[in-house]
Design a protein around this ligand. Sequence first.
Ligand SMILES: Cc1cc2nc3c(=O)[nH]c(=O)nc-3n(C[C@H](O)[C@H](O)[C@H](O)COP(=O)(O)OP(=O)(O)OC[C@H]3O[C@@H](n4cnc5c(N)ncnc54)[C@H](O)[C@@H]3O)c2cc1C
Length: 664
Amino acid sequence: MTTWHEYIQEDGTVPEWPYPIRYDKVNEITSDVLILGGGVAGCHAAISAAKNGAKTVVAERGMAKRSGAGGAGVDHWHGACTNPCSRVTPEEYTRAVFDSAHGYTSIPVRYISTREGWDTLLDCEKMGVRIRDVEDEFKGADFRDEETKLMFAYDYKNRHIIRVWGYNIKPCLYNEMKRLGVEVYNRIVITSLLTEGGKQGTKVVGATGVNTRTGEFYVFKSKATIIATGGVGRLWSFAPELTAAGSMGDLNSAGVGHAIGWNAGVEFVLMEQTGPGWMYGFGYAPYSMANTSNTYHGAPIVDANGKEVPWVDINGRQLKTVLERFLPSPGQKFQLGIGIGLYYYLKEYVLNDLVRDLPERILKGEFTLPLYADLTRLPEPERRVIFGMMVGNEGKTRIPIYDTYTKAGFDPDKDMLQAPVMLPEAYRISNFWSGMSPPYLRSSAGGGLLVDWDLRTSLEGLYAAGGASLFGGGCHGESHTTGRYTGRKAAAYARTAPEPVVGREQIKAEKARAYAPLQQSKDGIGWKEVNYAIARIMQDYCGQYKNELTLNLGLRLLRELRETELAVAYASNPHELGRLLECFSLITVGEMTMNASLARKASSVYLDFYRLDYPELDPPEWQKLLPIRLEDNKVKTRELPFDHHLKPPYAPTYEENYKRHCGL
Ligand SMILES: Cc1cc2nc3c(=O)[nH]c(=O)nc-3n(C[C@H](O)[C@H](O)[C@H](O)COP(=O)(O)OP(=O)(O)OC[C@H]3O[C@@H](n4cnc5c(N)ncnc54)[C@H](O)[C@@H]3O)c2cc1C
């Protein structure tokens, strides 16, 4: 294999574009169910649609075998409430998430995910994903059930989160899609939704896309379409040269699904919610340094003198044993894990953690930096399950961390992992490897496509699935499970839907828009400069604190960026064209966020949302959802109570609604 440096040294030039370029070629593909995005949600939706008899097509930005946030693996599956060992019902889990979020989450998404999550995991097991300790490696461990051989994370008493050997989960899904005859189109950047009559707010009948290798244009015609394009990165922070250490973010997550939905007139909700953002390149590779979060939950942390940092429960009571770190505290029925798209937890469900005033204790000299994770202090099964089973299966850690460290001689039975040396304040959050990022960096959090009990959006023919495309979704299990559900529902809809009729004028206009950057001035700037500019506007005008004036200025600047620099930006090959098209989407998502922020004329602790011109925190009259959409290209806002999914025309309970809609 020749390295980049060897190539340049030998050839003295950069390589030629390696694929044939055919910008003029148009491909038309017809399906019953079209899935946009082949992450775990999209792939599972495709499997489900195909099993339900639909001719199914997936259009994916990368390569569906490994693409997306779950492409490199997963080590724990949340919300498996109906597994035989669980002591938490789907109702209890949904209620806990809803109450923790103070209403700012989606009941259907959470309930469907917990009602069908275990069945979905069993499907994955049939596809070849190992979910049990079949080799009895952890026999007798506190986190293992001897009969089923299932292994649990976080809360060993209530057992609703399952540890899985998920390094191969994407290839398993991919092979299953292929076995079922799903047509997968890789390297496609989707650019727009096609609607009946080419009008905003009408039935969705397909989508358009560009192949980022050949430049060919794609017209996908479909009876039903599912958006599963994941989340929105690159909006407040952009540092592609640093992404080697930023594998929690994916450059392909550019909010395209949100933008095409918005332009088509679909309703979105909670786009105003943002959370602290990370410029990952300023931290360390995920799970490469000492921490106690997520995969490392329960790990002992010691200071430079070997003094152990205490673990405490939610009442501040010091936990004496390792086992206690994994058990609910007095007053708690069960604990919810982290990484489930929840940004605020009620005390009743919070995990045990390191002492919460660790920064102050470091400042007082009680603990001396650097800190270390001393896994030798754990019982042997706990040590092996963290640095072994979990780091060996978690997304993006199997090769870079587990394999590299092990080959370099790291032995968790003897060695300690150092934590990054940071400002004391940074030790308040226990995933130390992510470092401390500037406070003006934010990220989208929680908002997305508003769906009903069918996981259908506000437009006929259009469904949604996944962790971040959907309002209220958050984790790996939810992504699969909403995919599985929505694939079934979309297939059922397609059975009765007429053949899709696409408007030629709409396609012509979209093709002209998509290829414009190839014709523009070669003196124009490129996609990276545009992306930096978008991020700077978002940092300055749509940070944690904002007011009507800053938001309107931000909207003006985004519009001007689109009409000036972006209107003359240049793409010299299909890859750059794809990235530039994503910049248009990022601007759109920025506008959605600012418009949603203008609509919420109040501040909220639960949403980490502060309007300087409306400082009152969570006034009762503003405790509601504010869906937004475009109608005749004008922003329309309406109000929705938190429990709208339990009000007419819906039934008053989770279970009745589920039974009426699930299609089983
Ligand atoms: C490193 C890492 C570790 C994680 N570990 C866990 C864990 O252990 N447990 C857990 O519960 N969760 C975990 N998560 C979160 C979990 O992986 C995600 O919630 C889940 O994978 C989201 O799946 P998705 O299919 O909704 O979205 P994504 O995985 O983001 O998939 C979206 C897909 O759409 C494609 N796409 C985007 N734009 C376009 C476009 N314009 N055209 C066509 N295709 C497009 C993308 O290429 C991608 O393949 C982890 C995440 C990361 C990054």
